[in-house]
Design a protein around this ligand. Structure first.
Ligand code: PIR
Ligand code: CA
Length: 315
């Protein structure tokens, strides 16, 4: 039985790769794509989700827009990494996949409450929609199968020395999500910085020779250039599909139980995921991803793009 997921994202180059992995892998049933403000404004991340859905031939999966800003703070975006559109690089035609009229928070609650408890939440952007859904209908905490998110880190930040972007943008939302009491896995930078789109990886993807593979390579090439300029990486870390890969095959990464607290008040540490592996601060509330099976991960990614095959009408 394929695993049902709701992908809550802010595309975003690596979010786009997460959509492709979720759609192309036969072990995943994508039940909805929901969008949030993060890498770019909500109108842009929503348009980008529809663009990616269109080129991948994803029909029959609702795409719904959610919160256009963090719970209490001003929105900070990452145009310096993802460009003005949020998905710079390839040129996309007019998307044919429509935007669902429902609000993402409503849709998340509705899908979970109508489910038999078999839906996994996979957030790959700021946690605003998920926190709002928990506040609006706390029964979803018991209904969800688990939540596997890309965000945070225990050794480093990428936006400040202490904080990873998704948590930094909306720490109040992240604090709600980490403390909600559901089975949660933190796939943070410690893990995702192992998932580098190296020249060898790009060659494998481009070797598929399909329109979707061409778009994926163009996305990764743009991402590589901004990462080189901003972060001194040779090859860019492809964060978000790592969370999807964990759903497909838990053995793709090693995880360790920990208590994770989200710093919301620090002068220099706001948005930090303070990770305690020794139980001093509190009881375990998360599995924290530590080590990636890099070859297995890229095999999954390449296989998914291959299976998507011909669709793609990027013009
Ligand atoms: C990546 C992101 C934001 C900022 C930078 N510098 C790099 C986005 C990615 O989409 C991913 O979900 C997460 N936020 C990594 O921090
Ligand atoms: Ca993202």
């Amino acid at each position: 039985m394929p695993r049902k997921i709701i992908l809550d994202c802010d595309p975003g180059h690596d979010d786009a790769m997460a959509i492709l992995l979720a759609h192309g892998n036969p072990e995943i049933e994508l039940v909805a794509i929901t969008t949030v403000a993060g890498n770019q404004t909500l109108d842009k991340t929503s348009l980008n989700a529809r663009r990616v859905a269109t080129i991948a031939g994803i029909d029959n999966v609702p795409v719904a827009a959610g919160c256009d800003r963090p719970l209490t703070r001003e929105l900070k975006t990452a145009g310096y990494i993802h460009g003005e559109s949020g998905l710079d690089g390839p040129s996309f035609g007019e998307p044919t996949v429509p935007l669902d009229p429902r609000h993402a928070v409503e849709m998340i609650i509705e899908l979970l409450m109508q489910s038999s408890g078999d839906i996994t939440l996979v957030p790959t952007g700021p946690l605003t929609n998920i926190a709002m859904a928990v506040r609006k209908d706390p029964r979803i905490v018991e209904k969800v199968q688990e939540i596997i998110l890309m965000g945070g880190a225990y050794t480093r930040g990428n936006t400040t020395p202490a904080a990873e972007f998704n948590i930094y943008v909306d720490p109040e939302a992240a604090a709600i999500v980490f403390m909600a009491g559901w089975p949660l896995t933190m796939v943070g930078l410690d893990l995702t910085h192992q998932a580098l789109a190296t020249p060898a990886v790009l060659q494998r993807i481009s070797g598929l020779g399909t329109p979707v593979s061409r778009v994926a390579v163009q996305l990764m090439e743009f991402f590589r250039e901004t990462y080189r300029r901003n972060s001194g990486f040779d090859s860019p870390p492809v964060h978000d599909p790592c969370a999807v890969a964990r759903v497909i095959d838990p053995t793709v990464m090693h995880c360790v139980d920990a208590f994770v607290a989200v710093e919301t008040r620090g002068e220099f540490s706001s948005g930090m995921t303070v990770t305690d592996f020794s139980g001093r601060l509190g009881p375990t509330n998360a599995q924290v991803a530590t080590k990636l099976d890099v070859d297995r991960f890229w095999d999954l990614m390449v296989d998914a793009i291959e299976r998507i095959g011909a669709p793609a009408r990027a013009s």
